[in-house]
Write a protein that binds this ligand. Structure first.
Ligand code: DLL
Length: 433
């Protein structure tokens, strides 16, 4: 049995939870139908009336909404309340098209911060902890979300934001940070810096809450070993609120989705058919408490599966498996589906760190893919010929992916370190579009 922030909710029976979801869903559907023209039109087109949605068993009757819908409705088209009742916006980075701007009422912020507080407590956080938040602050949800959660738990909160590794290390050692919140790629970089400076003995960290980008189990083990901590996964997206939509407990076996606020479904991304528990597909969320930016059946494009197997932490909320990638992150190389996470698994199993990039290009009519990976400092002085290293990686990638990709071995520190979400893929084929 673990620690809970809101035990009555986190451990309520599945029957009670589903009853609560049904009540909230029916009320939320009526709320959006009455208050958001976009939903009224969509539901009218689909021939669904609010009275048709009596509980979670009726969820499938509602139409999906996509990121394109959010972009079309930018900025105010989805508001469920008057703008004067909104107190905050957050936004996605908007690298692939128009930004998504999400709005929050004070109650929406309270719910979001409670979700983050549940995640911090599940990672062992108490009011005696020093919580070092080095997710970015500003429009990105990572910093503000974990910051709010940390306050609610009563931790001493260090609002560090991302970057400036020297300053991070100074505060971490001087103030004895015990919990760190950042992207897994930045955690790996901090780990590297701590080892290089011989600071490991001066670090008091016990846990890390890492998310905002896909990361493999191999990367988790590396970070846990280097920093001497337990590394917990946390998931979320701006559209749904931010970090804390789901989080790992001490079992580290999938992330509990905060089902009192968000109803998950897994669908076949091609047909929209709802898939049974355990099958991998696209994750879809329906928010049943959010007021300013209400989303029904929102397609996340993240690929994962769900399990309701009982968890020994005592939480009853369904778990989602770590997303292996996004349907739109998937590379199609020479006609074969390739996820960056598969490449990361191969590299880390061979002893490399997660300092790599995947460069895809098109020469004539053929795709070419080169995996560029840095040697660790120990590898660089090991004397193993580079050609041999290359061969080893090419062979393992071939058996993982089924296609041959080129490999380039780089000297340590050749790849620019990320401070937020790491850029793993450079797809030059877009230039030809
Ligand atoms: O990344 C929110 C967040 C901040 C989550 C801090 C966790 C920690 P966005 O920038 O809108 O929001 O990006 C959301 O990031 O759809 C996933 O594709 C990916 N993602 C987020 N968490 C994870 C995770 C924040 N733990 C998009 N594992 C999502 C894998 C993740 N992918």
């Amino acid at each position: 049995m673990g620690n809970y922030y809101q035990p009555e909710i986190e451990t309520m029976s599945v029957e009670e939870l589903q009853k609560l979801q049904s009540e909230r869903l029916a009320a939320q559907v009526k709320f959006v139908y009455d208050n958001v023209e976009f939903y009224k039109n969509r539901m009218d087109e689909a021939g669904v009336k609010p009275e048709d949605i009596k509980g979670i068993e009726d969820l499938h009757k509602l139409p999906f909404i996509t990121k394109d819908d959010l972009r079309d409705q930018y900025p105010y088209g989805l508001l469920g309340v008057p703008l004067s009742d909104c107190v905050r916006i957050q936004s996605t980075s908007g690298t692939t098209g128009r930004r998504v701007v999400a709005f929050y009422t004070q109650e929406d912020i309270d719910v979001w911060e409670e979700c983050c507080a549940r995640a911090i407590v599940a990672a062992g956080g108490t009011k005696d902890d020093v919580c070092h938040v080095c997710y970015g602050y500003g429009l990105f949800t990572g910093g503000p979300g974990l910051n709010g959660g940390s306050h609610r738990v009563g931790c001493l909160t260090l609002p560090m934001s991302s970057g400036n590794t020297e300053r991070q290390l100074q505060f971490m050692t001087d103030l004895g940070s015990t919990i760190i919140c950042c992207t897994p790629s930045y955690a790996a970089n901090l780990g590297e810096a701590i080892v290089e400076r011989g600071l490991k003995d001066q670090i008091k960290l016990k846990a890390g809450i890492f998310g905002a980008e896909p990361w493999t189990e191999e990367m988790r083990h590396n970070i846990e070993e280097t920093l001497g901590i337990k590394a917990y996964d946390i998931y979320g997206l701006t559209e749904i609120s931010g970090p804390g939509v789901s989080f790992e407990c001490e079992e580290q076996a999938g992330m509990h989705i905060q089902e009192d606020h968000f109803i998950p479904e897994i669908i076949n991304p091609d047909t929209g058919e709802v898939l049974p528990e355990g099958e991998v597909g696209e994750l879809v969320f329906t928010c049943i408490t959010k007021k300013a930016f209400p989303l029904l059946r929102y397609r996340t494009r993240d690929l994962c599966y769900l399990t309701r197997k009982p968890c020994s932490c005592g939480r009853t909320h369904i778990r989602m498996h770590k997303p292996t990638g996004r349907s739109d992150d998937m590379l199609i190389i020479k006609g074969v589906n390739v996820f960056p996470s598969q490449i990361e698994t191969v590299l880390l199993n061979l002893g490399y760190q997660a300092n790599y990039q995947i460069v895809v290009d098109r020469v004539g009519n053929s795709d070419v893919c080169e995996v560029q990976v840095e040697m660790t400092p120990a590898m660089a002085i090991s004397g193993m010929p580079i050609e041999l290293r290359k061969k080893e990686i090419v062979k393992d990638l071939k058996s993982m992916l089924g296609i041959r990709v080129d490999v380039k071995i780089l000297e340590p520190k050749s790849i620019v370190r990320s401070e937020g979400k790491a850029v793993r893929v450079i797809d030059k084929r877009h230039l030809y579009k």
